[in-house]
Design a protein around this ligand. Sequence first.
Ligand code: NAI
Length: 723
Amino acid sequence: MSEEAPKEYLSLRVDDGIAYVCIDVSGQRVNTLSTPMTERFEEVLDELRDTAGLEGVVIHSGKEGNFVVGFDINELQELSQRPEDVRPMIDRGHQMLGRFEELSVPVVAAVDGNCLGGGLELAMACHARIASNNDKTQMGLPEVKLGVIPGLGGTQRLPRLVGLQTGLNMILTGKQVGAKKAKKLGLVDDVVHPGILLQVAAEKARKMYAKGGWQKRPKASIGEVFSNPGEMVNLAAKTPARKLIFNQARETTRKQAGDKYPAPFAAIDVIETGYKDGFDAGLQAEGDAFAKLVKDDVAKNLINLFFMKQEVDKAKPFPWNTKAYPVDKIGVLGAGLMGAGIAQVAAYKGYEVRLKDVDDEGLSWGLNYTKELIDKLVKRKKISAPMGDIMFGRISGTTEYTGFGQADLIIEAVFEDLDLKKSVIKDLEEHTHDEAVIASNTSTIPIKEIASASKNPEMVLGMHFFSPVHKMPLLEIIRHEGTSSKAVATALEVGRDMGKTCIVVNDGSGFFTSRVIGAYINEAGWILQEGARIEDIDRAMKDWGFPVGPMKLVDEVGMDVALKAAKTLQEAFEERWDAPTALKAVAADGRKGKKNKKGFYKYKDGKGKEVDETVYDLLPGGRDRKPVDKEVIQERCWLAMLNECAYCLQEEIAEHPRDIDIGVIFGLGFPPFRGGILRHADSVGLPRVAERMHRLADQFGDRLKPADIIVEKAEKNENFYSE
Ligand code: NAI
């Protein structure tokens, strides 16, 4: 046995004619595949080949509720730096799984818990799969999320097992399915209680051995047998229909993700090759595509993003051993869009929630909204109807402060008005206990100012959720100078429990996210004011990778809200924050955006597809707009955003570049394939960034002058991420 392949990866035991291969990577909470694991599998395969009297093999995990979560991402990251080693590694993996397929006895995977990526590829190379009915059992191929495709035969085996359409869907979205769904799709043969999983898997192997014929791999080329009989008739008989499916998949992918992510397109090509030219040709194409993708910047950035997110999700509050206050009950003030959204997510995660508004009308709006969100979960079968009732039962409404005495955390989401927020905090504290943490969901007001109204300012901080709360993954936690570490630890614990990726930032106007998005929208406003067309600005930034353009974003957020934020930011940074008059003029016309169906776009059935040309009548230049270079729009907008991020770093609003990159991607829609805004600036090179910003500042205004930190780093030829 080689040094890199200690026994701790896999163990082999033979009992009554069945060989049990147990995957258990020691020192890791979860099992991952890796080169040492492949080496160990190869040894085990030799042992299996040399063991007489076998009737079957069962592959299972030694970790309860965890089969294999995929290929080791640390190794994947290393491989992206050593492209010459990728192809041989893929070939070796393909061969290893091929040897399992070709064993002289049936191999059955006993799947309990996460069976993802390489884990599912291993399970699919087995002759049958039995899954446990454990809630943790999830199966899927999430590789595209890391900018690559499945590289261990997944692109070939999955569509052959579940049918082309479903296989494509799972590979292109990275979507996971539970055990029951996997059975329905034909991905597993049976679903059983975890307690009898190994026994059922062994019986399955014995039966297959006795019956024979188990070696056949489901095939997909024309004239060969599909595992999915309906599809066999449709597709084997009709090549044009199959072509249509592939072309539709390309079209849908282009619509959903644009053309910035090469992996889904590569996956479609590779699957198509397998369907056209057979399994082996498909495997070859898969290996080639994987090797090409893994060294691409998109994969490098997405893999890096994965690690950054992990670091942020695990980061401890300072000091690291600070314990959070226990939180069972949460009070929410303001049953509007944000308050009700927060209440629903909290109830979903098991907290008892007390929701307060000023009057019955406000309260019932909020309660109805939470009910609608819960009903949607039931409708989409995410939760059962009784579970939905339990969840809604956790939220109780009030127009008084009754019940707030028991709340351990209170989240304030009343209107964005400092005086109101201060008076609400004062009233609230008459009714809460001393160890209650008070969080404000303000989007711009410095927390220090809100905390000044409190008897216990150390218990006050910001918990800035994003809209819609149930969908947006980021939570920005803001501590003012006096916030206690224990309060921060509490917000972090609850935020993570609510499923959010949390960044902790220091206090200031607009903290981090509102400031940064404000600078971006501000620059877009200038471009509009100078004569550009709304659709040109939005298209340019969508082409750059944002999910929506800045003008559309203002319509979504609400012109009134955006303007209020802009005012706060302008006051706070008046020496350099130069606001165009365009947005004010549009707001003065009563245009609030989507919410009053009147904004930069015309709204019909909730959708704003067409620009409302009458907006131009309110702007300098009127309807006589001029073309502006797409690259100029893109550069001005992203560099304005970068500059504000740099100021935040310089002023220690954010303490680590990682928090900024996670914040812009998960909170502001910055394109993930660029790896984060600071990382993107690093890849462009800070000397070049600084030089461009100086030129843009000369041409368009001093607000685009680079922050000192950019200039200094550029002069020293440093990066944001260099230590
Ligand atoms: P909203 O206007 O939908 O809801 C505010 C609610 O607070 C209303 O139902 C109102 O009746 C209630 N309210 C007013 N005074 C109250 C009091 N004394 N006691 C209890 N309830 C009271 O506003 P929205 O959009 O939910 O915003 C709330 C806060 O969240 C604001 O500070 C806003 O800046 C912030 N925020 C908003 C985001 C958004 O996208 N809408 C995103 C992130 C933060």
